[in-house]
Design a protein around this ligand. Structure first.
Ligand code: B12
Length: 374
């Protein structure tokens, strides 16, 4: 199959870009990174994400899933912005300091950009299945294996090898023309496709903005994240409480975090020039960028939670995780009118973890306004 018609089909599906890797390049890239990954795990940086160690063999040896693999198409799906710049913070405050858009005195919590639309796993998997069917109609006897995020692939490493970007100091894969607000998906194939040409890539140079502004100091070395401190981990994957010392730094990040991307010069300005071409990924189709804390704190049942968030990435944290996060964000809001909402959550919920987080929020708000009117 020639590259032009493949490219036409892929772009027609709404993908932002793609690259093709032969099995030699796949093995070389994964072989180089397996040691990096093992050292990362050994340091404890994976926190409680035990599945990462369990999936190691499959992630680094794609033959485990597709024994006759000969190539892979690695795809980029933009999610960052619907074409305006409203989600981007001002880069510097009045004192000239870099700011990450964190504010106090507001009663909403922020949803990371990746999570504002429909759940990308389902949306992109569907696109991969359609792509696979299209290729199978052209290549006799073709077998494929599709993977998005939760599947057994090392997405950033494959995408970097496929020429889609470079490893940033914020650990994200950065496309120098667009920034890093994109998902990565792959389709492994038993057919040999010709590799796409690779362009030379820049690097972060001496810039350390992401490291400097990370509120919890989770970027412990360029490109290395300690998930135990990362707000994305703490508010999404984490099943327990948010460590006390990190709660103030969570600020108004209710679900996920984009601080290290928001300040990246490759993303700033350029993000607003991109469009979300896969419609269900648009913020208007899902939870959107901000959620009302009063509404969240009042969510009494899993049914109510499902009605509001089914089909969105917020389901990952479940009602329990979102309520926990809402208590922390409420505590950080500086708005004492939220105290009664935290109180009624505390009285209503049986879960000691939720009670403790609500109490923390109340105590923090009392310090702002020791005599709240309500
Ligand atoms: C576990 C995981 C997390 C964890 C850990 C994050 C991390 N940095 O490892 C948590 C929950 C914290 C997380 C957060 C986020 N994630 Co995540 N996550 C994953 C997952 C499932 C595995 C990543 C992994 O293996 N990590 C282990 C590290 C060691 O590997 P790595 O990050 O893939 O690769 C790095 C190293 O190899 C390193 N490296 C390369 N060479 C060398 C050499 C040396 C010497 C060293 C030291 C390092 C080094 O550079 C690579 C990039 O930094 C992938 C999906 C997948 N199947 O791969 C998504 C994925 C990485 N996440 C993604 C996203 C969107 C996010 C968030 C932006 C979500 C959000 N807004 O809240 C944040 C970003 C946080 C950050 N700055 O990294 C996207 C990233 C897309 C992109 N453009 O890069 C992915 C690819 C999902 C997808 N399919 O689209 N995530």
């Amino acid at each position: 199959m020639d590259l032009n018609s493949l490219s036409q089909y892929i772009k027609g599906q709404g993908w932002t870009d793609f690259g093709v890797l032969g099995i030699g390049s796949i093995q070389a890239a994964l072989g180089k990174h397996e040691g990096v990954f093992e050292r990362w795990l050994a340091q404890g940086y994976a926190a409680d994400m035990d599945y990462l160690a369990r999936m190691q063999a499959d992630r680094f040896h794609p033959q485990n899933k597709l024994p006759s693999i000969k190539s892979a198409i690695v795809l980029m799906a933009w999610y960052g912005s619907d074409g305006d710049s409203s989600g981007e913070p001002a880069l510097r405050d009045a004192n000239g300091e870099i700011t990450t858009g964190l504010t106090t005195g507001i009663t909403t919590g922020k949803v990371a950009k990746y999570a504002q639309g429909r759940d990308y796993h389902r949306v992109l998997k569907k696109r991969l299945i359609d792509l696979s069917a299209h290729l199978k109609s052209q290549i006799l006897g073709l077998e494929t294996y599709a993977s998005v995020d939760s599947g057994p692939t090392v997405d950033r490493v494959l995408a970097q090898a496929a020429g889609l970007g470079f490893f940033g100091k914020n650990a994200n894969l950065i496309d120098p023309r667009r920034g890093s607000y994109f998902f990565i998906a792959s389709l492994m194939l038993t057919a040999e496709l010709s590799e796409t040409p690779k362009k030379p890539m820049p690097n972060c140079g001496s810039c350390t903005r992401c490291i400097d502004v990370c509120a919890t100091r989770a970027i412990i070395a360029p490109g290395v994240i300690d998930a135990r401190r990362c707000i994305a981990y703490l508010t999404i994957e984490n099943k327990g409480g948010i460590p006390l010392e990190l709660r103030p730094a969570v600020g108004n990040r209710l679900f996920g975090c984009d601080i290290c991307q928001e300040v990246c010069p490759f993303t700033l300005g350029r993000a607003s020039q991109q469009q979300v071409r896969i419609e269900p990924l648009q913020a208007a189709k899902g939870a959107g960028p901000e959620l009302d804390l009063r509404e969240l704190l009042a969510m009494e049942s899993d049914e109510a939670f499902m009605r509001r968030f089914a089909g969105t990435p917020l389901m990952r944290a479940k009602r329990r995780g979102i309520l926990r996060n809402a208590c922390v964000v409420a505590g950080n809001s500086g708005d004492a009118s939220l105290i009664p909402h935290l109180r009624s959550l505390m009285e209503r919920e049986e879960d000691p973890m939720l009670k403790e987080h609500a109490q923390w929020g109340i105590d923090k708000l009392k310090k702002v306004d020791p005599m709240p009117s309500a």
